[in-house]
Write a protein that binds this ligand. Structure first.
Ligand SMILES: [Zn+2]
Length: 465
């Protein structure tokens, strides 16, 4: 029964792919042309100036006969929404990429960050990974849907959005609040995943189904100001220091969810025995403490997904050697699990700090919304798994919870099942050449593969059978 179902699933994928064959080699020069042109448009945020990217993309879609809309809270920070209509028997799917990039420290770059230099099989530049690779993948998918006149059960909506890098009120926040009817969808595919290869062989496709929610709080210690020559018991600096130090020995309890449970289980299947043992026993009461200590030291990413994390990042207090200040404060970067009860957590922090002279104050400015994870048994997740199996038969799909934040969060608050996928990167590339690095680059060969991954997934989820 199970085998029959799998065969059926594989066949329906093949049928859609067969009915709409794409000459990938022929598309490559066009793809690389758009991609490098997008990188050369400097959309560093701040200020963003994403309208420049919209002015580049819109005529390409116009010429292809794909209807577009432009939505801008600020005229310099436009968002582009393009739509190819289906027969309406199913609800739409969004494919999305952000056009802004984080800024650069030019003198730290080995190459011009906005030249889109092609060298040794790589395309270099700010945005090559984050996130113009998604923008061009979505663009090519739209163009091919139109050119091949793909019959669709659901609308496919392409959003090239502004402001993802810290100013989502111009981008996804604005679209969700003011133009929801123009983008409403059942599913979304955007950034946040990673497809990891070793020696040219894809190991796994990490699909982000959820993410931690960024929150912030301050610890404010109050004492009596006085002369530095006369020690005081209520010295605000000392009280703050002991409060901050509590987070070395105490963190909120470990709590796995459907995504992180499946993440560790599936990661174990492609890991060497000692690593697999840790992933398989993380929830085992007899081993969890030891494994958590190991993660804390060697695998900070895996440590972070176990719990809401509280990390002191800024400490301020005092202004002169001989003056005891009346106040000192520390900033905490809190990354909450999607279902964290924040008021309860702040109360728990007060209990742990156990010092009436230290206040725990929530910082309401960090307010990206929190939403339940997207499901790992949805139609979309299954499509992603099927396409992974077809394209990279030896690999496995692993659902992930991001420790950072993306614009999928806002879509999830509207009930969209939103997933993050990513370009293929060899594990040797590490953080050195990744998003926000000053050597950001992607392997040229990974861009067509990324487009194919998106294309086949869109066909699987949206093409009429
Ligand atoms: Zn990004």
């Amino acid at each position: 029964m199970r085998i029959a179902l799998l065969l059926f699933a594989a066949c329906s994928w093949l049928r859609a792919a067969d009915r709409y064959p794409v000459d990938w080699a022929k598309l490559e020069p066009e793809t690389i042309g758009y991609f490098t042109s997008l990188i050369r448009i400097d959309t560093s945020n701040p200020p963003g100036d994403e309208t420049k990217a919209v002015n580049y993309l819109k005529p390409i879609l116009d010429r292809a006969g794909i209807p577009t809309q432009v939505f801008a809270l600020d005229p310099n920070r436009a968002n582009l929404v393009a739509r190819i209509k289906g027969n309406g028997s199913k609800r739409p799917v969004i494919i999305m990429g952000h056009t802004d990039v984080v800024g650069v420290q030019r003198d730290k770059w080995p190459v011009d960050p906005f030249a889109a230099l092609r060298k040794d099989g790589y395309i270099w530049g700010r945005g090559s990974s984050d996130d113009k690779s998604h923008v061009v993948s979505c663009l090519m998918t739209m163009l091919e849907l139109k050119r091949l006149n793909v019959q669709l059960d659901r609308d496919v909506i392409f959003i090239a959005e502004a402001g993802e890098e810290g100013t989502s009120r111009f981008g996804i926040g604005y679209l969700v609040d003011q133009h929801w009817n123009d983008i409403a969808a059942q599913y979304a595919l955007a950034e946040g995943g990673q497809t990891v290869a070793r020696n040219g062989q894809v190991l796994f496709a990490g699909i982000a189904t959820t993410e931690k929610t960024p929150r912030a709080a301050k610890l404010v210690a109050h004492g009596t100001a006085g002369h530095g020559s006369r020690p005081r018991q209520d010295n605000a600096v000392l009280h703050l220091a002991s409060a901050v130090a509590k987070f070395q020995s105490w963190q909120p309890p470990m709590r796995l969810n459907d995504t992180t449970r499946a993440y560790f289980e599936r990661l174990a299947t492609i890991s060497p025995p000692d690593e697999a043992y840790r992933y398989n026993h993380i929830a085992d009461p007899a081993h969890t403490d030891e494994i958590q200590r190991y993660f804390a030291e060697h695998e900070p990413g895996n440590y972070s997904v176990l719990r809401t994390s509280i990390v002191p990042t800024i400490i301020q207090g005092g202004f002169r050697t001989n003056v005891i200040p009346s106040e000192a404060e520390a900033t905490l970067d809190i990354r909450a699990l999607p279902d964290e009860d924040m008021p309860k957590l702040y109360d728990e922090m007060r209990r742990v700090i156990n010092d009436p002279s230290v206040e725990v104050v929530a910082d309401p400015s960090r307010n990206r919304p929190s939403a339940p994870p997207s499901r790992i048994d949805s139609e979309m997740f299954r499509s992603l798994e099927r396409v992974q199996k077809q394209m990279f038969p030896k690999a496995v799909t692993i659902p992930t919870m991001l420790t950072g934040a993306t614009d999928n969060a806002q879509l999830r608050t509207k009930g969209v099942e939103a997933y993050g996928f990513g370009a293929i990167a060899d594990e040797s590339e590490g953080d050195l050449h990744g998003a926000h690095s000053d050597q950001e680059r992607v392997a040229e060969s990974s861009i067509p593969k990324m487009i194919q991954f998106l294309w086949y997934t869109v066909l699987d989820i949206a093409a009429s059978k």
